[in-house]
Structure formats: C-alpha cells, structure tokens
Write a protein that binds this ligand. Structure first.
Ligand SMILES: C[S@@+](CC[C@H](N)C(=O)[O-])C[C@H]1O[C@@H](n2cnc3c(N)ncnc32)[C@H](O)[C@@H]1O
Length: 292
C-alpha cells in the first residue's frame, strides 16, 4: 500500500489546506460566539439529537480545542496515551499502511500512527480541533514527514474513496457522532475488504466497587476539573454523553450490519474504557445494509 493513494483526502500543508467538503464556508470558523452551550448541555434538559447535536458538538469542540489534550492527560492520569497505543496495536497494520482516524480531534491517534511509520488520514467535524492538530503536528516535527492528510468532514459522509484505506481508527468519538450507524457504514465503505477497524470509547467497570469510585470520579470530579481547567458546560456534557452510546451488544450488532465481521469488545484499565474491533467483510456490499 502506498502512502499517496488518490482519493484519500489531500495533504494539508497549512491550516488553509484542510478540506471542508460540502461544508458551509462559515463552518471553518470555530463557533465560539453566539451559542449558548450551557443551555444545550445543561443537565436538567434533554440531550440534543440529530442536526442540533452535531452543531452543538462541533461548537463545543471548537471551544475546548486549545486545552483539550492537557485536560485529557490530567483527567486520565496519562492513561489516555496507553489506550490509544492499544487501539493502534489492535489494527494489526502492515508497514506503511494508510489509516483513517475518525473524530481525530487534536490528532493523538494520528500522531501515534505516524510515530510508527503509518500514514494517518484525519477526519473531524470541528475546525478548531483540526487547527490544534495541525499545530501539534508541526510541533512534533510531523511537517517533515509524509504529511498528514486532514479533512473537516462528518463521519457519516466522508470525502474518501471507497475501499481506499487499510484500517479505520477512532478514539472517544463514537458518542459524539450525529448518526452512529451511518458513520460505521461509511467507515466500512472506505475500508478495503479485510481491513480492520478499532474503536475506543469510555466504559463503566463491572466490579461494583470500581464502578462506584468511577461514578464519583466521572460524574463529579471530571466536570469540576473541566470547569477549572477549561469549559464548564463541555465537561458537564462529558458524563452525560455516555447516554448516547448503545449497549455493547447492540454496538457489536451495528458493526455487523454496517459490513464488518468478527466484532469483538474488550475492556481495559479495570473497565473504564472499551475497545471494539472488527474486520471489514470481504464479501459485503461496501458498508450498505446486507443484500437479500
Ligand atoms: C472526544 S474527542 C476525541 C478526539 C481524539 N480522537 C482523541 O482521542 O482525543 C471527539 C472528536 O470527535 C469529533 N466529532 C464529533 N462528531 C463528529 C462527526 N459527526 N464527524 C467527525 N468528527 C466528529 C469532535 O469534533 C471531536 O474532535
């Protein structure tokens, strides 16, 4: 597999090179002003859904982008890097593989891929997160490497050619997606037959004691820390957003329906995170619903 495969986004040399296919021109501007995130993510109201969810999620990540990694590292005690390494290992990549990172954010997974010599293609709906990712990549010297391809895109509608990537990765993005089933079908479409997908997400420990401790930390301490270090409403949304995740068994089924086989799930670090893996079916129809 060559690195410069046509149809897999465009190399982004600077911020202006990030793609925003089909997006309105103002979507490149972080939506800091004019949006009352506190109201949308307030824990007394219903969680937003559909287009409204997507708009609010994008505005929220635009808003917290600059401190996102710092807050993550503090809140996870640095475990987040270990989890992303496990995600990359789970993909069983061949040297030089091209990997699509969905909901790439500030690019932690993309950087881990590049460190190991793979070509990362980063897709995210938040322009603010992509800009931070670009800055981080420059700081890490990635600008001298093959060049990360980045695109502002909705996971459910990727400007990526069918069957053009060797693997798909995603870390902590699933619960934020507007349409999970459509996004996984889209992942299956762009993945070559036999290629692997790895999806990392938050989870709840099985053990009752761990679950109680985790509940206090995730529901009380995380929002407080987030308010102190970054943005109050965004980090109140974080524990609430878990409600968007389907139960594990349903997610495994959604993966199969999307065009994947051998879906598996495992928990890590006492159960606080979960990793879903699967293989793109060789004989399915490009991520669409199974044909009769
Ligand atoms: C919690 S962050 C995770 C970022 C990064 N993967 C990491 O490991 O830190 C979730 C990311 O998903 C992105 N996202 C949310 N909805 C999306 C969508 N529909 N399509 C693409 N990206 C989306 C957000 O903008 C955000 O950058």
């Amino acid at each position: 597999m060559t690195a410069n495969r046509p149809g897999v986004g465009m190399p982004a040399r600077d911020q202006s090179d990030c793609q925003a296919p089909g997006a309105p021109s103002d979507s490149r501007t972080p939506e800091h002003s004019g949006h009352d995130l506190t109201a949308a993510f307030d824990d007394s109201g219903p969680l937003p859904s559909g287009v409204e969810k997507q708009r609010m999620v994008r505005a929220m990540f635009d808003q917290i982008a600059s401190r996102y990694e710092l807050v993550n590292t503090i809140m996870t005690f640095g475990f987040d890097r270990r989890w992303r390494r496990s995600l990359v290992r789970s993909l069983g990549l061949e040297p030089g593989a091209t990997v699509l990172d969905i909901g790439s954010g500030t690019g932690d997974v993309a950087r881990e891929l590049e460190r190991r010599g793979y070509l990362a293609v980063a897709a995210d709906i938040s322009w603010g997160m992509l800009i931070s990712s670009r800055h981080q990549a420059h700081r890490a010297g990635a600008a001298d490497g093959p060049g990360r391809r980045m695109m502002q895109a909705d996971a459910a509608e990727l400007p990526v050619a069918t069957g053009s990537v060797d693997a798909v990765a995603s870390a902590f993005a699933l619960r934020n997606l507007g349409d999970l089933a459509a996004s996984l079908a889209e992942a299956a479409r762009v993945l070559r037959p036999g290629g692997r997908i790895g999806l990392l997400e938050v989870s709840v420990p099985h053990n009752a004691l761990l679950r109680a401790g985790h509940g206090v930390y995730f529901n009380r301490i995380v929002p407080t820390l987030g308010a102190l270090l970054s943005d109050r409403s965004a980090y109140r949304y974080l524990p609430r957003s878990v409600a968007y995740l389907p139960p594990p068994r349903d997610l495994l089924r959604i993966l199969e329906t999307a065009g994947f086989e051998m879906p598996e799930r495992r928990q890590m670090t006492g159960g606080v995170v979960q990793l879903f893996t699967a293989r793109r079916s060789v004989d399915s129809n490009g991520g669409g619903p199974p044909q009769q």
